[in-house]
Design a protein around this ligand. Sequence first.
Ligand code: ADP
Length: 215
Amino acid sequence: MKVLMVAPPGAGKGTQGVVIASHFDIPHVATGELLRDHVERGTELGRAVGKFLDHGELVPDEVVLEMVRGALEAAKGGGYVLDGVPRTMKQARALHEIAVELDMTADVALHLQVEAAEVVRRLLTRAAVQGRSDDTEEVIRRRLELYYDVTHPILKWYGERGILVSVDAGRPADLVGRHILTALEVMRQMIGGSPDMPRRTIDLTGLGAAFGASV
Ligand code: ADP
């Protein structure tokens, strides 16, 4: 299973990325985590990107794409779940080219849909607990603005390619996780099916009540 996630900050990409990775036994590649690790270790790359992270700005495309190329090469022949990339249309196209080259194009673009007010609330709560340098109110506002301006529009492209799956991620994490795995299992069967089987966007965002009712 080859999955990339597109979602606003605070939607739960990290949490659900781990759930997906362990369910399908595939690597979870989180660009934000990889970048923060460089900053903490004080590597040359870390010193170059630190200020971007602190201000909620996107780091240069080449840095992220280089990182993702390495991760995909390491995962070659298997699956992956990408968390944090692509964030711009340019990254989406470049990522697609890398994936074509490695014969590893994504099966699913997973959209975690959450309202802006809810993600701000979650990020401020996380700020109090984890103290991430980019979880201040001002930087959160900037990260959200960037998400809606340059990341969210990519979803249309994945919709046109027939690989978009949208999930309502505004509910408790375990419910969201079940939703996602159900959707991905459906996609897995489609991928394993006839190559000319029609592909449609799966939108489970309206099924919240049905899923939530059993818990
Ligand atoms: P969040 O989704 O909560 O903003 P991440 O951990 O995914 O958190 O990313 C944290 C920061 O890392 C971003 O604000 C940005 O500075 C940088 N970053 C991560 N992925 C990318 C990317 N694909 N392109 C540019 N910058 C990125």
